[in-house]
Ligand binder design. Structure first.
Ligand code: F6R
Length: 615
């Protein structure tokens, strides 16, 4: 999971490349590198740096040595998979002659086998990456006389795995060739230039005239032109990509970091996601879904699959589908679902929830569901993401680009979208009274204001976090939807603050984990009035009796909860669909403040990448 950018025919190609790499850094920041082809001299020039999080700055300070007259240029920001995060393993990688350079996102699964064959044929390898085999394979084809695009096309059938690739060759100074399988890649052209990038945000500085690449197609980019060939070598036309985001949407807007900006954008993300899809009467408008009422009514089971935060959104989504629509629903971690021989059929709707729409575990779970005969629905924030394109039906959250590695606004938008979906299915099945439908609609439509209200309490919530900044072990407890909130709160604290945090359904503590509770342990309990409040209060008492310190997420004005807690994170009262969404916000702040107090980079937590395109 790395970021790729390439440009040709643009003014100041290095500046464009570096800006593109900064936009792509969320995909990995172990190292970065560029390769440029000199127009006149036909030389290839490469610069790489492996200074975690500072590599692009290092490149920027050293590019003064770059040739002045640059034709095609490619760049890469890396999240290490095969090979340590060193400069030798940083992309671009070269062939033996140093004339072909390649950047890659994904994994070439059969790289060992290929490397052995290439080594036997005399190729010398200078990195421990899976990527380098591509440079040598292309070198072979170039040696046999194939033009660059054709050389790459011939190599693709030999590669197993998921990848996006971009290559330059000193022999074709103004050409970039690119291809993808599963991993994302867009191409674009302006009047005089062309661009290839892992995501839209990085390509936008060059042009809005963007196109999609289908799997195993090869794109040849030259100044002002894109030529596409399919796997058989036949010319084909690129599919245009509608772009609604602008470059500014991917900047920090004066916030100290992307996470702060994205938390502040949550009301907007919710408003946009709900817009035109839900009315106060409870009427839902999801024509885009393409599954009509009778189809929705016919499903006997819904299975939600996802990873990480998206999985937590699904926990509440399942509850909403069961309680509102009366349809059997279950949820599974995508990577487990994929290998558990799930019994599926045409009576099952499998909803794959993924912000990026390219998380490999979720993508493969979706493919497996399809293979087993289920109808698949992708819920993604990225328009035309791989999952969106492959699913039978698609719903988009409209949260805008999320750059911070920890999901915030997209997570809230996913939960809201699942709430609307539950209402929509409930209506199709005639499962709810008009009154109840209206109540749930009002609950969801009130979300942007309720979340704004919680965000306005940032100082109070930050003060609670400050009192616990030195914490070492935390137990997040909740029940029903409150458990999904607890799970998300624990994940945020773990990934951002590097604090051991476990989430349990509150009643489950007494079946084992309660042994861990001793004076000094911190328990964060989701104890709002919206859920199983009395039960949670009893569970809190059990923790307190063993000496735990308790922080409670509690409803405004709830003196009883405040009396048993050492600290409260107050939220306004809402209905059941909105409650988990509102309750997560103070827990995001809790993790954010503790992470910052410890000097952690909240946008780029260690060992993580925004998009996980490995299994
Ligand atoms: C945590 C986080 C991750 C993602 C997970 C799935 O803050 O962001 O746990 O939720 O990697 O990603 P998507 O939703 O893109 O499939």
């Amino acid at each position: 999971m790395c970021g790729i950018i390439g440009v040709t025919g643009v003014a100041e190609p290095l500046a464009v490349l570096l800006a593109g790499l900064r936009a792509l850094e969320y995909r990995g920041y172990d190292s970065a590198g560029v390769a440029l082809v000199e127009t006149g001299g036909s030389e290839l020039w490469r610069l790489r740096a492996a200074e975690r999080g500072r590599s692009i700055d290092k490149l920027a300070s050293e590019v003064v040595a770059a040739p002045l007259d640059v034709g095609a240029a490619i760049g890469h920001t890396r999240w290490a998979t095969h090979g340590a995060p060193t400069e030798e393993n940083a992309h671009p990688h070269l062939d033996c002659s140093g004339r072909v350079a390649v950047v890659h996102n994904g994994i070439i699964e059969n790289h060992r086998e290929l490397a052995a064959q290439l080594a036997a044929a005399g190729h010398r390898f200078s990195s421990a990456t899976d990527t380098e085999v591509v440079a040598h394979l292309v070198e072979e084809e170039r040696g046999a006389g194939a033009p660059l695009a054709e050389a790459l096309r011939r190599c693709l059938p030999r590669l197993r795995g998921d990848f996006a690739l971009a290559l330059v060759d000193a022999g074709s100074p103004e050409t970039i060739v690119a291809a993808r399988r599963t991993a994302p890649l867009v191409v674009g052209r302006s009047d005089t230039g062309a661009v290839v990038a892992s995501d839209i945000a990085a390509a936008l500085a060059t042009t809005r005239n963007l196109f999609l690449l289908d799997e195993d197609q090869v794109a040849e980019l030259t100044p002002g032109a894109i030529r596409l060939i399919d796997a058989a070598g036949a010319e084909c036309s690129p599919r245009p990509l509608a772009v609604s985001w602008d470059v500014a949407a991917a900047q920090k807007d004066g916030h100290p970091d992307f996470m702060a900006k994205e938390m502040a954008e949550q009301p907007l993300a919710l408003r946009e996601t709900l817009l035109g899809r839900l009315e106060a009467s409870g009427a839902t408008e999801l024509e885009e879904l393409g599954l009509d009422g009778p189809v929705l009514k016919a499903f006997r089971r819904v299975v939600l699959v996802a990873c990480g935060s998206s999985y937590h959104a699904c926990l509440s989504g399942r509850n909403a589908l069961e309680s509102l629509a009366g349809v059997a629903a279950e949820v599974d971690i995508a990577s487990e679902f994929r290998y558990r021989d799930a019994v599926l059929g045409p009576d099952t709707l499998v909803v794959a929830v993924s912000q990026s729409g390219e998380t490999l575990d979720t993508l493969h779970a979706q493919r497996e569901a399809k293979r087993r005969g289920a109808t698949t629905l992708a819920l993604s924030n990225v328009v035309d993401s791989v999952m969106a394109r492959e699913a039978d039906a698609v719903l988009y959250t409209r949260a805008g680009p999320e750059i911070g590695v920890a999901s915030t606004k997209c997570h809230l938008a996913q939960r809201a979208m699942l709430g609307v979906l539950a209402l929509h299915v409930a209506r199709a099945r005639g499962a709810l009274s008009d009154d109840a439908t209206r109540r749930h609609a009002a609950d969801l439509l009130g979300l942007p204001d309720a979340v704004s209200d919680v965000l306005a309490r940032a100082e109070d919530h930050a003060a609670v976090a400050a009192r616990h900044a030195a914490v070492r072990d935390v137990y997040f407890l909740g029940r029903r939807d409150g458990f999904s909130v607890a799970a998300e709160g624990a994940l945020k604290l773990k990934e951002l603050a590097y604090v051991r945090a476990e989430a349990y359904p509150a009643a489950e503590m007494k079946h084992g984990p309660i042994s861990l509770i001793e004076p000094g342990a911190l328990v964060v309990a989701v104890a709002t009035r919206s859920g199983l409040w009395e039960k949670v209060m009893a569970n809190i008492a059990e923790m307190r009796a063993r000496g735990a310190t308790v922080v409670a997420v509690a409803t405004d004005g709830d003196a009883e909860t405040a009396a048993v807690a050492d600290d409260v994170l107050l939220v306004p009262e809402t209905g059941p669909l909105a409650a988990p969404i509102v309750e997560i916000v103070p827990l995001q702040r809790f993790a954010y403040e503790i992470a910052r107090a410890r000097g952690n980079d909240v946008d780029r937590p260690r060992n993580l990448a925004k998009v996980v395109t490995v299994e």
